[in-house]
Design a protein around this ligand. Structure first.
Ligand SMILES: *Cc1c(COP(=O)(O)O)cnc(C)c1O
Length: 404
């Protein structure tokens, strides 16, 4: 007998930093939409590691690409070229219609890299006086956990006692184009925003918001930076969430699913101007663009397209959303989503969402609460109709329970 669930949890609590509060399940295996715990119980994964496992757990083709590359060459640093970087650039640029690519590792690093790049662009191309660049961001944003990023978060929990923070950010309400128009000055270099606010609880802005935002950015020579780290790569039923609005960002940030769930890979994609300002010695990363990461990302993108996962996300997302909307339960305040990025917001009187997630776990579904009263639902994009229906039955019985 190996260690019990209690042993794992106790050791984590004793030696680990208590910066997460996971659901009490210890996972040891995954395949497609399913994961298994150490006791052999099977669960449908309705979180997908916050969208990083969109292609499904341990996808065999991504695994094969990773193993094959791991046998050949894993890390060179950018001091030398490697034979995976150029094909990765070519494939991701062709797929997304981008002109330049900057490979990084985590999502937060991609965001930081974009901030540095648009500031540099502001000074060297737009002509903003040195040290005056302003970046507009939205209330309730989530762009990662580095100091630069938490400095412009509006969630007190993420900021408290981590200051002092870097200046140069202006916060406006999300979904309010008039507020954006008002906030733009001659020194504004960028508007950094999520197409749908994921961590805030899957908040979808009013339609037309991004069309107007795009117009305002173009008219004022401001770079529209879309953080598609969570919404990108098929999650919302399109390759990029911007396609729902028929617009194009100047800078697009990808991460999470670019990893295929295997190995952290992120990327800044842009037009020529923004990333074109970076010169040798001005930015970099030891692991960014390494051959193993590139091989994994290439396979992750390939299976996403070849196996029709984006279309499947649109189809199954609609089925899931309709099914959730059909559940008659007075615990539910609102159901919302686009593609397979879904959320059920509970009435505050219904009790904490966490209780419902624990009840779902007992029924074989892993989902995660966010902001007290919201259950987020984001299964791998390979989910089938039968699996959606299976999940819906369990959501229905759980949501009609009362944990208040
Ligand atoms: C997850 C996420 C990030 C940060 O990515 P990490 O890999 O955790 O650093 C940034 N932006 C958005 C929208 C995210 O969902």
């Amino acid at each position: 007998m190996g260690p019990s669930v209690i042993d794992f949890l106790a050791t984590e609590r004793r030696l680990g930093t208590y910066n997460y509060e996971p659901i009490g399940v210890v996972l040891s295996r995954g395949e497609g939409v399913w994961v298994w715990d150490t006791e052999g119980n099977r669960y449908l994964d309705c979180l997908s590691a916050y969208s990083a496992v969109s292609q499904g757990h341990c996808h065999p083709k991504i695994l094969a690409a990773m193993v094959e590359q791991a046998h050949r060459l894993t890390l060179t640093s950018r001091a030398f070229h490697n034979d995976q970087l150029a094909p990765f650039y070519e494939e991701i640029a062709a797929l997304t219609g981008s002109h330049k690519v900057l490979p990084m590792n985590s999502g937060a690093e991609a965001v930081e890299s974009a901030i540095k790049s648009v500031r540099k662009w502001g000074y060297e191309v737009k002509g903003v006086p040195d040290g005056q660049a302003e970046i507009i961001v939205c209330a309730n944003n989530f762009h990662g956990r580095t100091l630069g990023i938490v400095g412009f978060s509006t969630d007190p929990e993420t900021r408290k006692h981590f200051g002092p923070f870097a200046p140069g950010f202006k916060v406006i309400p999300f979904g309010d184009a008039a507020a954006l128009e008002e906030a733009i000055t001659r020194n504004t270099v960028a508007f950094l925003v999520e197409p749908i606010q994921g961590e805030a609880g899957v908040i979808i802005p009013p339609s037309g918001y991004f069309t107007k935002g795009r117009e305002l950015c173009t008219a004022n020579n401001v770079m529209l930076v879309l953080d598609e780290i969570q919404t990108g790569l098929g999650r919302t039923g399109k390759l990029l969430a911007e396609q729902h609005e028929g617009i194009e960002a100047d800078v697009t940030l990808l991460g999470k699913a670019l990893s295929g769930g295997f190995y952290p890979v992120s990327a800044v994609l842009s037009n020529n101007d923004v990333l074109g300002t970076l010169r040798p010695g001005q930015h970099g990363s030891t692991f960014g663009g390494n051959p193993l990461a590139c091989a994994v990302a290439r396979a992750a993108l390939r299976v996403l397209v070849e196996e029709g996962m984006i279309e499947n996300a649109a189809r199954q997302g609609a089925r899931f959303l309709d099914g959730l909307k059909d559940i008659r339960a007075n615990t539910i305040r609102e159901v919302r989503g686009r593609g397979l990025m879904l959320a059920v917001e509970l009435h505050p009187e219904a009790g904490r969402a966490r209780r419902y997630c624990e009840a779902l776990q007992a029924k074989g579904i892993l989902a995660k609460d966010t902001h007290e009263h919201t259950i987020r639902i984001a299964p791998p994009l390979v989910i089938t109709s039968d699996q959606v229906d299976w999940a819906l039955e369990r959501f229905a019985t759980t949501l009609t329970q009362d944990f208040s």
